[in-house]
Design a protein around this ligand. Sequence first.
Ligand SMILES: Nc1ncnc2c1ncn2[C@@H]1O[C@H](COP(=O)(O)OP(=O)(O)OP(=O)(O)O)[C@@H](O)[C@H]1O
Ligand SMILES: [Mg+2]
Length: 247
Amino acid sequence: MKIAVSGKGGAGKTTISGTLARALARAGHDVTAIDADVNPMLGISLGLGMDGTDRLVGMRQELSEGTSDDAVHEYTIDGLIERFGEDAPDGVRVVVASRVDMPDHGCLCCGVSADRLLREMAGDGRTVLGDLEAGIGVLTRMEPGSLDVVLVVANPTPKSIEVARRAVEAAMAREIKVLVVANRIASEEDLEMIREVLGEQDMAIIPDDPSIARADAEGLAPIDLDDESPGVRAIVEISRRLVALPV
Ligand SMILES: Nc1ncnc2c1ncn2[C@@H]1O[C@H](COP(=O)(O)OP(=O)(O)OP(=O)(O)O)[C@@H](O)[C@H]1O
Ligand SMILES: [Mg+2]
């Protein structure tokens, strides 16, 4: 299954991607997580810590700059994941995507876009989970069939809801299943605000959770700080819903 997490900047994409990847891995799935952010932070939410996440940043640089030695070019997606990936807890493999600006440019080792990773990675037998850049750019470049489901993350603010609405539109135009994730919900009013615009869609709700905020402040994965916190439990529940989807 191939899953992407989309939404406005700061909506909670990385938090949700990292926690979801760990939850799916704990449930026995073979998970490859793709960090498509220019500033890769997925490692933190996955529990790689600062050192492991720094290594990913270094790899992105290596990928973006390419290499002058033909002999070490990497020609396959799986080779790239092997060479430029890191192992996170619970057996999640994480790899950075680059070339955000030039989606289809160059050889694999000199930069590979999230679009291309999602398109070319086999999703049968493993779960591919992409933490997308903010906004709807990658989604508009997706071809039908590249993705099974997109989680569209919306916070209870007008701007976040508007970006989510456009992401839903882009996904539906490409026949990609949508699950709206109402994140940081603290009241019935928060939820109503999102339902007013996105109420027709399947929706999951994640409460505003101080434990998630604390994990962020301490550089820990939310699931490592407290896997019973309300926010983490809501994300584990999303993982169960995803597994049950007919794809
Ligand atoms: N349910 C939640 N409860 C409390 N805090 C949350 C929750 N979800 C996310 N946050 C906090 O919101 C902030 C933004 O989250 P995150 O980095 O996951 O967003 P993002 O969409 O990946 O942002 P960016 O677009 O910058 O990559 C972080 O400080 C995170 O801890
Ligand atoms: Mg992020």
